[in-house]
Design a protein. Structure first.
Ligand code: GRF
Length: 202
C-alpha cells in the first residue's frame, strides 16, 4: 500500500522537491497526492505543478477568522484523503480544527535541534546564541510551537564564518535527507508514540 502524502509549503519547496524525487521510486512507499500553501506564487507550488501534483492555496486573509482558515485548510487537505500530512517549510501554525482532523499524523520539519530555538528563526537564533552544533528535527505536530514528539533529528556543525543564510543552507541539506529517510520509513514501517518518545516501526 502506497502512503498518501499531502505536503504544505510556504516558500521555495526544496524539502517538497526531495520528497517528490523520492516518491518517483515505487519502492519508497509513498506518493505526494497534493501540495497546499498559505500563499500564491511560490516556487513550492510551481514544483508541484511541474510534477503534475494537484495544488491548493488557503490564505489566512481570505477568511473571516483564523479559526475559519484553520478549518478550511483541514477541509482542503481532507479532500485528498492523506495518510500523512507533511509540513515542509509551512510558515503558519495549524490550530485545533486542523489537529482535530489530522493530529497524530501531521509531521513538521524544523531547522534546529528541538527543544532549542523553536519558532520562525531557528538558524538565526542558533547563530546568535553561539552554539557549535545545531541541526534539524522532524516531529509530530501538537498544539504548541515546535513542541511535538520527536521522530528524527540530524546534527549540523556551525562554522565560524557562517551567517544565517549559509548555516540554514547547510541545515537544509541535512533536513532534506532526514525528511526523505524518515517519511519513507514511516510510510513503509509505520510509527508510534510512547509518551514523549517517537518511534519508527509498528
Ligand atoms: C526549511 O528549513 C524549513 O524547516 C523551514 O524553512 C525551510 C523551508 O525550506 N521552516 P524549503 O521551502 O523546503 O526550501
Amino acid at each position: 500500500m502506497t502512503a498518501r502524502l499531502v505536503v504544505l509549503v510556504s516558500g521555495s519547496g526544496t524539502n517538497l522537491q526531495a520528497l517528490l524525487d523520492a516518491c518517483a521510486d515505487p519502492a519508497y512507499g509513498a506518493s505526494v497526492v497534493a501540495v497546499g500553501a498559505d500563499r500564491d506564487d511560490i516556487e513550492g507550488l510551481a514544483r508541484a505543478e511541474r510534477a503534475g501534483v494537484p495544488t491548493f492555496v488557503a490564505r489566512v486573509g481570505d477568511f473571516s477568522s483564523r479559526d475559519h482558515w484553520d478549518r478550511a485548510l483541514a477541509d482542503k487537505v481532507a479532500a485528498f484523503e492523506p495518510d500523512l500530512v507533511v509540513l515542509a517549510g509551512f510558515m503558519k501554525l495549524v490550530g485545533p480544527g486542523f489537529l482535530a482532523a489530522f493530529g497524530g499524523r501531521t509531521v513538521n520539519t524544523h531547522p534546529a535541534l528541538s527543544p532549542s530555538f523553536p519558532g520562525m528563526h531557528g538558524p538565526r537564533d542558533a547563530l546568535d546564541y553561539g552554539v557549535k552544533v545545531t541541526g534539524c528535527t522532524l516531529f509530530v505536530v501538537d498544539e504548541g510551537v515546535d513542541t511535538g514528539v520527536i521522530l528524527a533529528q540530524s546534527v549540523v556543525p556551525v562554522q565560524d564564518d557562517d551567517d544565517v543564510e549559509s548555516l540554514h543552507e547547510r541545515i537544509k541539506v541535512a533536513e532534506r535527507a532526514m525528511l526523505v529517510d524518515t517519511v519513507g520509513r514511516m510510510a513503509r514501517e509505520g510509527f508510534r508514540v510512547e509518551g514523549r518518545r517517537g518511534l519508527l516501526g509498528r
